[in-house]
Design a protein around this ligand. Structure first.
Ligand SMILES: NC(=O)c1ccc[n+]([C@@H]2O[C@H](COP(=O)([O-])OP(=O)(O)OC[C@H]3O[C@@H](n4cnc5c(N)ncnc54)[C@H](OP(=O)(O)O)[C@@H]3O)[C@@H](O)[C@H]2O)c1
Length: 276
């Protein structure tokens, strides 16, 4: 029985993947911060003939909570076959929020948690016959940059700047993971699903929420359709240490977004920011 860990596995794309792998007979561990969403997933899972579902509540804005999650997962599951990173909450409005650990919210949730989980579960993944990490985000979108002199955006904050920086940080996370764990046999896949109809608009304030919902109704792909190319990659991952994809299209790693020096620089800075 495969063990599939999915952060954000209680909603949107993560939930779609969770139900898919349950139907395939996997042991799916879905991570989210809202117990009601976890209970709803478990209720849906109970109606399926195969698979085993677990919900783990964790607030992934916290590095300590993410590390506790890694310890719990590696303690209970010495072998993890797939790690899918979907947890996200866009915070475009409302001003700069700082976690109790002192990190800007988007940096903490969208980037730091993925850094800690990716590196922390590497050995458990390596023990699987055909492991893979999929970091679901926005590779290929030519927006945003790393603010090297102000990673927490304490001096010049905007919600868009923070969100876009977290996107670019995840591109570099994949590159650095591939370099740091070269030869480890755990391929890292950066994946952009395009516009998909998920619970994402619910976190936006009105009237943007209504606009986003209408936009999604008109233009977005459904979750079942969007996860088809994702499961194809997860079940047959590329051989290279790091690849980036926009739906079925493989992206070139030639641009600045995937710069190796930048990736290692961010890796080292992150390592220093969250000492063990
Ligand atoms: N949907 C799109 O059009 C689209 C486009 C490009 C990229 N993406 C990427 O795809 C990924 C999944 O997006 P989605 O649209 O499926 O998202 P979604 O429907 O909004 O689901 C987000 C998930 O993240 C969890 N989450 C949020 N904050 C959390 C926290 N502090 N701790 C733990 N879990 C937390 C949520 O659970 P709780 O609410 O219980 O915390 C939920 O399960 C994201 O990385 C997103 O950037 C999506």
């Amino acid at each position: 029985m495969q063990t599939v860990v999915i952060t954000g596995g209680t909603d949107g794309l993560g939930k779609g993947l969770a139900l898919h792998y349950l139907r395939q007979g996997a042991h799916v561990i879905a991570v989210g911060s809202t117990p009601e969403k976890g209970r709803a997933l478990l209720a849906e899972a109970a109606a399926l003939p195969a698979g085993r579902a677990a919900f783990v509540r964790a607030d992934l804005t916290s590095v300590a909570a993410t590390r506790d999650l890694v310890n719990r997962l590696t303690g209970e599951h010495p072998v993890v076959d797939k790690l899918v990173l979907c947890a996200q909450r866009y915070r475009l409005f409302g001003g700069r929020a700082v976690t109790p650990e002192g990190f800007e919210h988007s940096f903490a949730l969208a980037y730091l948690s993925r850094y800690v989980l990716s590196h922390g579960l590497h050995d458990a993944l390596r023990a699987a016959p055909r492991p893979v990490i999929m970091n679901v985000g926005t590779p290929g979108v030519p927006l945003g940059r790393i603010h090297w002199d102000d990673l927490q955006l304490a001096r010049r904050y905007s919600g868009a700047r923070a969100t876009l920086q977290s996107f670019r940080a995840n591109d570099l996370l994949g590159v650095a993971f591939g370099v740091r764990h070269a030869g480890g046999g755990v391929p890292y896949v950066g994946y952009n699903p395009g516009v998909v109809s998920t619970g994402m608009p619910a976190s936006l304030p009105q009237p943007l929420r209504a606009v986003a919902k209408a936009f999604f109704t008109l233009f977005a792909t459904s979750v079942p359709k969007a996860i088809a190319p994702m499961t194809a990659l997860l079940d047959d991952p590329p051989g290279e240490p790091f690849t980036a994809h926009w739906q079925r299209r493989r992206l070139s790693l030639g641009g600045r977004a995937f710069d190796r020096q930048d990736a290692l620089r961010l890796h080292d800075l992150t390592h220093d920011l969250i000492p063990a």
